[in-house]
Design a protein around this ligand. Structure first.
Ligand code: ADP
Ligand code: MG
Ligand code: ZN
Length: 603
């Protein structure tokens, strides 16, 4: 899957490079053409003999030879006394009149050698060719670009008939209920006759909802693997093309191919890219509409006897056009959740099969430390841990390797090389100490696991908290205290250094988001009450309840944030000695672990 992705991105790169080259060639060719035509014209200027001049020369008996081609208005003129091979060119406005004139002259004794050539196509080619060259190049360019898209087509329809899919449900950990729901599809694909005989309608489309990395692609492949049918896949974003109508034609091709291979699975990843709700008529959007319409036409088009099952994945179900969800289209929807504790342990088990784990490490322990992680992240952690263990010259993967891997995947790699000024360090130390101390005094917040002022990823420092049990509900108090903890960093900067920094910008962003959700989604504010301001499409829509609600939201969010900030300051003011002490130790040691942190509070 990853290989496929990098292949695609390579192809994309190649495409761009080819396009740029083509455009360059085109520009050069056009310039060359202009130079050629201009040069020709320049020659012509010298050689050209105006018609009126020619008449004069004729009446002066100065013309030796006139050569004309039937059907052409240009005449080659040889004047008396001109060197061999030299000639002038005159455009004759009316050849009929001109011929009569020469005949008259001949009768009058003015002998001009008149040569009439049959029109030869060959002789015309060069000038025609060069005047048409820009057009020819343009047409060629377009044909080539279209061809390139065509080449892309072939590559991008990801066809695994040659390499039979070996992934089965055994490779998908957790997700037991989802597998149970989807095993039906496998049966349909294996023995469609049975269902048809019974008069059952085979489902056409199944939509998989879930965060990135939860295993949607994996489970779709497993269905194909279990049923032993071809898996044809395409990503929604690949349908969005620069040429109008191409997206639609790709959909057509995809289904043409599917019909030939049926029974089979068509997998459309990121379907939201084409299936976004239809609105407006702007360029890109109407292109999308064409693609989406084609998809709907195709899905309505094949009969249930054809046994093509379309699986589609998205992490933004609220974006989808409702037309996609009508009966006969994606009428089944399966949510793929982020794994719970048991699920995480199962996923870790699958991905640690080929890895050497120390006996001191338990998968359950890792699972407990990783609530909220997706399958992809868990697989990634084990892989990172193996790399870190190798780098640390361990013979097996130790707990510390895993801990480091978890941090790497969550906050990014430690950056020891970045040079940080003492002033920045001091600011970070107070900031992180602020977070840690404030959350220590908040009953709903989990214990501090580590405080550090070593930069990681984009963050200048971090405070890690111990993981929570998987929780389904979060209380209002908990959210309020979360706000206080988030603002603890900013509050500490203000109190200890009497200055504030941009270092808290992410905290503030998150806090604002939490507060807004409390007011508009969870109905946790006094002034607005238990009302959700989301419309049917899952978007916030303040207008629904009148204009004044916006003011109320603003006031409530403000109140929540300011109260939290004040509470954070209060806690820190009462613990100023601890703030200075912990910030000091951080400056000295850069990192404080759980045990060390607890010691500051004698427990
Ligand atoms: P999605 O399509 O939902 O973004 P993927 O199916 O691409 O997620 O998952 C990426 C990788 O994560 C898989 O190839 C697999 O290695 C791992 N993974 C995710 N979910 C699971 C799971 N339930 N069981 C085993 N591995 C999983
Ligand atoms: Mg995927
Ligand atoms: Zn912070």
């Amino acid at each position: 899957m990853d290989k496929n992705k990098s292949n695609n991105s390579k192809k994309e790169k190649l495409k761009t490079i080819l396009s740029i080259l083509l455009i360059l060639v085109l520009i050069l060719a056009i310039i060359a053409c202009f130079i050629f035509i201009n040069k020709n014209n320049a020659n012509k200027d010298e050689k050209e003999l105006p018609y009126t001049e020619l008449i004069k020369e004729i009446s002066n008996k100065n013309v030796e030879k006139i050569e004309m081609t039937v059907g052409s208005t240009s005449a080659k003129i040889t004047l008396k006394g001109m060197a061999e091979g030299e000639e002038k060119i005159t455009i004759v406005p009316n050849t009929q009149v001109f011929m009569e004139l020469i005949q008259e002259q001949a009768l009058e004794g003015n002998e001009i050698e008149l040569i009439q050539n049959q029109r030869s196509i060959l002789s015309q080619i060069p000038s025609y060719f060069f005047s048409l060259l820009p057009t020819i190049i343009m047409v060629a360019l377009f044909i080539m670009l279209f061809k390139m898209q065509g080449i892309g087509d072939k590559g991008e329809i990801y066809d695994e008939t040659e390499r039979k899919i070996k992934i089965t449900f055994d490779d998908v950990a957790g997700l037991d209920e989802e597998k149970e729901e989807l095993i039906e599809i496998v049966d349909f694909l294996k023995k469609p006759e049975k269902f048809i005989e019974m008069g059952a309608k085979i489902p056409k489309g199944v939509l998989l909802y879930g965060k990135p990395g939860t295993g949607k692609t994996l489970i779709a492949k497993a269905i194909a693997g279990e049923a032993g049918v071809p898996f044809i896949s395409m990503s929604g974003s690949e349908f969005i093309e620069m040429f109008a109508g191409l997206g639609a034609s790709r959909v057509r091709k995809l289904f043409e191919k599917a019909r030939k291979m049926a029974p089979c699975i068509v997998f459309i990843d990121e379907i939201d890219a084409i299936g976004a709700r239809r609105s407006g008529n702007s360029g890109a959007e109407s292109e999308n509409n064409q693609t989406l319409n084609q998809l709907l036409v195709e899905m309505d088009g094949f009969s249930s006897e054809e046994t093509i099952i379309v699986l589609a994945a998205t992490n933004r179900p609220e974006m989808l056009d409702k037309a996609l969800l009508r009966p006969g289209r994606f009428d089944r929807q399966v949510t793929i959740p982020t794994p719970d504790l048991k699920g995480r342990e199962a996923i870790l088990a699958i991905h640690s099969k080929d890895k050497k784990l120390s006996e001191n490490v338990t998968l359950k322990g890792i699972a407990e430390d990783t609530s909220g992680f997706t399958g992809a992240e868990l697989a990634n952690i084990l892989n990172e841990a193996a790399i870190i263990a190798t780098r640390n010259k361990h013979t097996v993967i130790e707990q510390e390797d895993l801990d480091e891997a978890v941090k790497k995947v969550t906050v990014g790699l430690e950056k020891h090389s970045r040079v940080i000024s003492d002033k920045d360090k001091k600011l970070t130390a107070y900031h992180e100490a602020g977070h840690a101390i404030v959350s220590k005094f908040l009953p709903t917040q989990t214990d501090v696991k580590e405080v550090s002022i070593i930069p990681r990823g984009l963050a200048g420092g971090y405070t890690m908290y111990k993981n929570d049990e998987d929780k389904y509900y979060i209380s209002k108090t908990e959210m309020e205290e979360k706000l206080i903890a988030l603002l603890g960093g900013r509050a500490a900067e203000k109190l200890a250094l009497d200055d504030i920094s941009t270092g808290a910008s992410n905290d503030i962003e998150v806090a604002t988001q939490v507060a807004r959700n409390m007011v508009t989604v969870y109905g946790m504010s006094d002034e607005i009450g238990p009302i959700s301001l989301k419309n049917d499409n899952g978007e916030l829509d303040y207008q629904m309840f009148g204009e004044e609600i916006e003011d109320k939201i603003g006031r409530e969010v403000n109140k929540l944030i300011n109260t939290a900030y004040r509470d954070a300051q209060t806690i820190l003011t009462q613990n100023m000695d601890k703030l200075h002490e912990i910030a000091g130790v951080l400056l000295e040691k850069e990192k404080i672990n759980e045990e060390e942190f607890k010691k500051f509070f004698n427990n």
